[in-house]
Design a protein around this ligand. Structure first.
Ligand code: 5AD
Ligand code: SF4
Length: 441
């Protein structure tokens, strides 16, 4: 019996959180025990992110802290998982002697073996990418869960090669997971009391599963998951504007339990920059998709990702981003300053030529505008009723419950004896730019 205790610290996107649940499942099957206190652990894994330079810097910083922990506890095994492990590979073992294991995103089945290698006095390394691995047969261990909402990974990798992005290099070829295993996982979650699943992938709307002459696309898959039970809410992320079909929007419209919230990263409002970025659509094409959402899904919220200060971005290009933001009236946005990533197309072919102060200034303007748009969006919801899925108590007070509406907005209201997993209709009385506040009715 293996009584060793492991701890996983996760950085980055939802996909990484979902992967950590797969890692936990693989290790638990081998008899290891997952714990929530790193100081008690025999094995510490950092599941890492490479998307921007500051994400990697944070992790390198954390490794320094682990050095002193390992001095106090010489048998401690430290492993790096995920995108940064894939990007830097063996190089890191020399630079960071605290590391014993390096495992890329497609190598998690190998972790028990890598741990045994470390116990035998070697280092454990596997950064092989796979064209097939989807971990379809592994039931994730939901170790850090509210018991209400869960992630289900439906595809891995990306082949879009946006010029700025490191993902295609660290997560490899795009591949979709067996449709049956996804529906089964969602059904099991529902039986266990979960009331919301988020289907995850770098580009969910290019999901495609083919078997025996039958093709299941993302619209088909989404509908199958929605049909499990009307009480199971279904969300998904992330969609790419270039393949957001009307067919998909119509499926969303047909089912009340498919959430009316679409995350559609735009990155820039300038056609010149979108071309440089290799995004595969123009400003006009993006606007056409927004119009389709407004037409087919009235009341649907739209959120986005924006990058400020990409290579050669002029003041006019930046203004185009601001004007597109206004035109769409995004409900929410994740906003970043451009960070050059080694070996990407942009790093190889373009100059990272926008000075830091200018990137900062443009990002500031983008954030300020979004703040206004978010507040405006929330004000439109005043005095409306929303069905809220209760997730737990609010961060501020145990007298307040919090949950989200279909549009993915956080809603807070006085506790009414309801429990996590209950649906409650809430009338919105007040708001900030981040939260709707109301009363259960
Ligand atoms: N610099 C800044 N932001 C980036 N993103 C991806 N790569 C970079 C980069 N090199 C942003 C994009 C993407 C989100 C997940 O991260 O907006 O949609
Ligand atoms: Fe990166 Fe573009 Fe793929 Fe998104 S679609 S992961 S931004 S390459």
């Amino acid at each position: 019996m293996n009584r060793k205790k492991f701890y996983i610290e996760t950085y980055g996107c939802q996909m990484n959180f979902s992967d950590s649940e797969i890692v936990a499942s693989i290790l638990t099957k081998e008899g290891y025990t997952g714990i929530s206190d790193p100081l008690e652990a025999d094995i510490i894994f950092l599941n890492t992110c490479s998307i921007r330079d500051n994400a990697e810097k944070r992790i390198l910083h954390r490794l320094q802290a682990l050095r002193s922990l390992k001095k106090k506890k010489p048998g401690l095994v430290v492993g790096l998982l995920g995108c940064m492990a894939e990007r830097l590979r063996e190089d890191l073992l020399e630079k960071e002697p605290v590391l014993d294991i390096i495992a890329g995103p497609d190598a998690y089945r190998d972790l028990p073996l890598l741990i045994r290698q470390v116990n035998a006095g070697e280092k454990g390394v596997n950064t092989q990418l796979s064209a097939e691995e989807t971990y379809a047969d592994i039931t994730p261990v939901r170790y850090d869960s509210n018991g209400v909402s869960a992630f289900i990974s439906i595809m891995r990798g990306c082949e879009n090669f946006c010029a700025y992005c490191v993902v295609p290099y660290v997560r490899g070829r795009e591949r979709s997971r067996d449709e049956h295993s996804i529906v089964k996982e969602a059904s099991e979650l529902f039986s266990q009391g979960y009331r919301e699943v988020t289907l995850l992938g770098q580009n969910v709307n290019s999901y495609r599963w083919e078997k025996e002459g039958i093709t299941v696309n993302f619209a088909n898959l989404l509908e199958k998951v929605a049909l499990i039970n009307p009480l199971l809410r279904v969300r998904f992320a992330t969609s790419h504007p270039k393949d957001l079909s009307d067919e998909l929007l119509e499926v969303i419209a047909r089912h009340d339990n498919i959430c009316k919230a679409i995350h559609l990263p735009v990155q820039s409002g300038s056609n010149f920059i979108l071309g440089m970025m290799n995004r595969g659509y123009t400003r006009e094409m993006y606007m056409d998709r927004i119009s389709a959402i407004r037409r087919i899904l009235p009341g649907c919220s739209i959120s986005t990702d924006i990058i400020a200060g990409f290579c050669d971005e002029s003041e006019d290009d930046h203004k185009d981003t601001l004007s597109l933001m206004e035109w769409v009236g995004f409900d929410a946005a994740y906003m970043f300053r451009y960070s050059e990533r080694p070996d990407t197309f942009a790093a190889d072919r373009y100059k990272d030529n926008i000075p830091d102060e200018v990137k900062e200034q443009r990002l500031r303007e983008i954030i300020d505008l979004q703040q206004k748009l978010s507040l405006k969006s929330n004000r439109r919801d005043l005095h409306k009723n929303f069905e809220v899925l209760v997730e737990g108590f609010s961060k501020r007070s145990s007298e307040q419950l919090s949950g989200r509406n279909s549009q993915n907005k956080m809603v807070v209201f006085p506790a009414t004896g309801n429990r996590p997993g209950d649906y409650v209709t809430v009338n919105v009385e007040r708001c900030t730019s981040a939260t709707l506040i109301g009363q259960a009715i």
